[in-house]
Ligand binder design. Structure first.
Ligand SMILES: C[S@@+](CC[C@H](N)C(=O)[O-])C[C@H]1O[C@@H](n2cnc3c(N)ncnc32)[C@H](O)[C@@H]1O
Length: 391
């Protein structure tokens, strides 16, 4: 029996009843972002939270402010490289609880005062419930609408283009994905049907020409039975970011890989996962709307889409190297050895954990190839970032 939030399940069932099976990407869109009942859209039940140590999963910003501090330092260097524009706008999309914004603003206010005077911070959040959490964490800045504002859609940020930084942490992995599988009939897509009181998956033809083209480019050596995810929304998003940016940078942090690595023929089961109360499972039909769903990010397609829009790759690294380049050793040295804060900061750097799972892609537009502190240490990836899975 499929389980989940009753009104959400009813909404998905009625869509299937009206028009037949839906592509998995649509199921994931409804489960996470249905306007009223989606996992991210509605308020969590009392005493529950989505993101954090007591929630379904935690992110780097829950671990320690050090990532926000390093990002502030990196943004300040970008501001200088751009010639100190007024304003320099940081646009953060998918800010979760708003903790990174809180850490970035606090660091700029205390340590980068002239940058802070030129800074505008825009949060893009379409969920009223998440927006409320962000307002709570950003309470000290709420009386500064010249500094801090919210918009609900990326396309509403800067129709004339802006100078600054588009930034996100764990946004792209939360975009709905197409799921595909190689069968004897060729590569097919997972669709979702509702039979005998439960959601079931069925394999049917690919649902769009864009998907057909993307699969054609990627799938040459996938064996029969191979299953993976394609995040077309990520390419659309990257294109919009590039179009809103006149001069400046995009900085994307997430777990993911180069296309060569993500779509290796031996990675047969893809990377799709669900998170519920700090544990993982692979069943999207369990607790529909009550658990998170994600898939690892294909950074090559982000870089390729950026290239097409004159948003060029500055560099691609992992979180550990990024933080080291921004002087995290010194920041950690100031913490009391073996204190909880010290251990938390180290957690962000772990070579077999968050330090290497998380990757950082930085792109630039309207400026010649810049040298950035966060990119000064080169990580050793299995494969280089190429643009072979172009949008
Ligand atoms: C995994 S959380 C990221 C958490 C946060 N960045 C952090 O570091 O803790 C994903 C966030 O992306 C938001 N999101 C997803 N798609 C979005 C979109 N199209 N526009 C704005 N926010 C979006 C979700 O509402 C959620 O807040």
């Amino acid at each position: 029996m499929s389980t989940g939030h009753p009104e959400l399940v009813a909404a998905i069932v009625s869509e299937i009843a009206a028009s037949g099976p839906i592509p998995f990407v649509r199921f994931m869109e409804l489960a996470l972002y249905h306007p009223q009942f989606g996992y991210y859209t509605r308020s969590p039940e009392p005493r529950q939270e989505r993101i954090g140590w007591q929630g379904d999963f935690y992110t780097s910003s829950d671990v320690h402010p050090i990532l926000g501090q390093a990002l502030a330092k990196q943004a300040e260097q970008m501001y200088r490289l751009l010639g100190q524009p007024h304003p320099f706008t940081i646009v953060e999309m998918g800010p979760g609880k708003g903790l990174l914004a809180k850490h970035i603003l606090a660091t700029c206010a205390h340590h980068h005062r002239s940058f802070f005077q030129d800074l505008r911070y825009v949060l893009i959040e379409r969920s009223p419930a998440m927006r409320e959490l962000q307002r709570r964490n950003l309470a000290p800045w709420l009386d500064r609408p010249d500094l801090l504002t919210w918009v609900d859609e990326l396309t509403n940020v800067a129709p004339q283009g802006l100078s600054g930084l588009f930034f996100s942490n764990e946004l792209v992995d939360s975009f709905p994905v197409h799921r595909v599988q190689v069968t004897a009939k060729g590569t097919q897509e997972l669709w979702v049907d509702y039979r005998d009181g439960r959601f079931v998956e069925c394999l049917m033809p690919l649902s769009s020409d864009t998907l057909v083209q993307r699969v054609r480019r990627m799938s040459a050596d996938w064996p029969e039975g191979y299953r993976t995810e394609i995040n077309l929304r990520a390419s659309d998003w990257m294109k919009q970011v590039a179009q809103q940016l006149d001069r400046g940078f995009a900085l994307t942090i997430d777990y993911g890989h180069t296309a060569e690595d993500l779509y290796r023929s031996d990675r047969k089961h893809g990377t799709f996962l669900c998170y519920f109360q700090q544990s993982i499972n692979e069943d999207p039909f369990l607790r529909v709307g009550e658990q998170d769903m994600t898939a690892h990010v294909d950074f090559s397609s982000l870089a390729a889409t950026g290239d097409e829009q004159e948003l060029y790759t500055t560099g691609f690294t992992n979180q550990m190297s990024f933080l080291m380049g921004l002087g995290v050793e010194q920041m950690i040295a100031e913490l009391e050895q073996d204190s909880p804060a010290f251990k938390a900061a180290i957690h962000l750097l772990r070579p077999n954990g968050m330090g290497t799972t998380f990757k950082v892609l930085i792109q630039h537009k309207g400026i010649r190839q810049p040298e950035l502190d966060g990119l000064q240490y080169k990580p050793f990836f299995g494969s280089a970032l190429t643009t072979q899975s172009a949008a």
